[in-house]
Design a binder for this molecule. Structure first.
Ligand SMILES: [Zn+2]
Length: 275
């Protein structure tokens, strides 16, 4: 059961035999991709203990304060799970969420993976192809960001590969489709590239959304594709070939191409490099 912070801290002091069971900074990286939670957390509301001393899995009741001034109690896991709920800044605070008007239902505004989560019906527009086949989809969303479009252009400038494919057929449903829509597909290399940022309100690719990303990666790997993610906004790597970057630059593209070389070997990769 979750404990008040002083009780939790005392128990950790005892079990670790140390006055300071978790030094300042111990969990800095684990919180780095949650800038909103860093802003909501104040040591003076929590017995002087700083956020980087709190393991994300700790079963402890913390006091948080949102940008609008509401204070509320929640465990680290509860706060980190908030990004699964919606796409508004108010989703980070229970009081703000209650005050916000219900969001207008516009399917185009919903994330690709969550367009329809309540229905069990599978979309029938996916062509009947073997798992792993890529094709031009009727359902795939438009590119989400300018950075993603810039990355796509930079990659196809360097690599001579088939453009215009977006989904990969998979064997088992991912949400309501038998296809997944990575940001960029490199069909000849069977590599999917994702450009991940935490988005305007810090809600993307964190919390339960990270779980959906992992499921998507598993579906792709099961179809014998590899996934390489560009992780920005201090998001940690999910897969073995991921590249952490602050944005799309010449250097980011070079590092990606090195990652592709690691995935498929230099012989195959260099065959597609433009001179
Ligand atoms: Zn609030």
């Amino acid at each position: 059961m979750a404990e008040p912070i002083l009780a939790w801290w005392a128990r950790r002091q005892f079990s670790k035999g140390a006055d300071v069971p978790y030094p300042v900074g111990a969990y800095r990286e684990a919180w780095a991709s949650y800038p909103v939670l860093i802003r909501q957390y104040h040591p003076d509301l929590n017995a002087g203990i700083v956020l980087s001393q709190i393991p994300p899995a700790a079963d402890v009741l913390l006091l948080w304060q949102c940008d609008a001034g509401h204070t509320f109690v929640a465990t680290p896991a509860e706060q980190r799970a908030r990004p699964a709920r919606g796409r508004r800044r108010s989703d980070w605070c229970p009081d703000c969420s209650a005050l916000a008007k219900p969001a207008a239902v516009r399917s185009g505004a919903l994330p690709r993976a969550e367009r329809v989560t309540s229905t069990v019906a599978l979309c029938s527009r996916t062509p009947d192809l073997p798992a792993g086949a890529s094709f031009a989809s009727e359902c795939a969303p438009r590119p989400a960001s300018a950075a993603e479009a810039a990355l796509r252009a930079a990659l196809f400038e360097r690599l001579s590969l088939t453009t215009g494919c977006n989904p990969v057929r998979i064997a088992r449903p991912f949400f309501d489709h038998l296809e997944v829509w990575p940001d960029i597909l490199l069909p000849e290399l069977r590599i999917a590239v994702e450009y991940d940022s935490t988005g305007r309100h810090g809600l993307e690719h964190v919390g339960n959304r990270e779980e959906a990303d992992r499921r998507k990666d598993r579906a792709l790997r099961a179809a014998r594709w590899e996934v390489v993610r560009v992780r920005t906004g201090r998001l940690e790597k999910l897969g073995p070939y991921d590249v952490q970057a602050s944005g799309v630059s010449r250097r980011t593209v070079d590092r990606l191409i090195d990652a592709f070389r690691d995935v498929r070997g230099p012989l195959l990769l260099d065959a597609y490099l433009r001179a």
